[in-house]
Write a protein that binds this ligand. Sequence first.
Ligand code: SF4
Length: 369
Amino acid sequence: MRMAKSIMVTATPLKIRFERFNGDIGIAPAKPPVFVAPEDKPALVERARKLLKERDAVLVAHYYVHPDLQDLAQSSGGTVSDSLEMARFGHEHPGSTIVVAGVRFMGETAKILNPEKRVLMPDLEAECSLDLATPAGPFAEFCDAHPDRVVVVYANTSAAVKARSDWMVTSSIAEKIVGHLHGQGKKILWAPDKHLGDYVRRVTGADMLMWNASCVVHDEFKAQELEAMKLAHPDAKVLVHPESPAGVIALADAVGSTTGIIQAAERLGAKEYIVATDGGIIHQMRKRMPGVNFIEAPTAGKGATCQSCAHCPWMAMNGLRNLIETLEGAPGHEVLVDPEIGRRARIPIERMLDFAKRNMPTFRGSGDA
Ligand code: SF4
C-alpha cells in the first residue's frame, strides 16, 4: 500500500519520506532551514555580496530557494531561474566560479556544462526525491532490459543517470522531443517522474515505459481540495506544474514548467492565481506582477494540520549563512563530477539544446521542478 509522505519543519533533522523506484518507501534526511533574524540580514547580505566579488563568483539561484537568496542573486548580477538556465547563465558569465543555490543535480548540471569552472553549493546534501529514487545501477539495468527503447530522462537526475540516457529533457521541451521521437516510430523509456511522464504520454500518444518516481512536493497536491479552493476563489486561474498528479493537472487553466507558470500568469492577466508548484516561485511572481494575488494550492486534506506544504525541504537547506561559509572557503562545498561521466552526460543535454535551437528558437531551457 502506498504510504503518505510528510514534510515537517522542526529544529531536529527532517526525515523526508519518498517513494523508491520499486514502490518501497525510502527516508532521506534534510537539514531544517536556518532561521536568520531580520535585523541580521542586511549585514549578511552585504558580506555575501562582497565575497562574491572577491571570489570572482556569480550566484545562480533556483525559483524554489528562499527569497533572501533570490534577491541577492538578482541584485548581485546573478540570476533566478531553472536548472538549465542556471547552468547556461553561469557558462555565459565571465566569473570563474558558479555558486548554485538549489539541489545537487543542479550543481552537477552546472559542472557538466562548465567543466572548466569551479562550481560551489551552500549544501551538497541538498537532494531531490526524483534523483534519490533513480539510482544509476538499477536504472542502467532497466535500460539494458529494454534495448529497443530510446532513453529519455528528465533534468532532475544525477550525472550518472544522464550519462546512461539518449536524451535529457526539461518539462518545457519534453512534449516536443517525445512527440518528435514518437513521430519517428520510436518507443520511449522515460524516467524518473511518473506524473510528468504520464502527462507527456497523454499529450503525445507515445509508447512510454515509465520508471517509478515522484516529487515529494508536487505529488502532495490534492485535486479534491483544489476543487474546493476554486469554488472559494471563482475568479482565480489555476497554474499547475506537470509533476503534479493527473487529477490536479485536469483542473489547470495552464500547465507549465517553472518559467512557463510565470509566463502563463503574465499572459492570462488575471487578478488572482492558485499556484500548484513549490511556493518559492511566488516570490518572483509577486515581484513581476505587483497587486496580483497568488495562493498556494492545497497539499493536504481536511483535518491535517498543514494545509499547504508546498516547499521543497532540500531547497530550503540553502541560506545566507551557509552561502557565506561556502564563499569563505569552508571545505566540502565544491561540486565534482567524474570527467568521463560528465563527458557522457553532456551528450544528451546538448542533443536537447540542439533540438531546441532547430525547433524552438525562443527556448531558454526552462523547466525543471
Ligand atoms: S521540488 Fe521536487 S523535483 Fe524539485 S528539487 Fe524538490 S523534490 Fe526535487
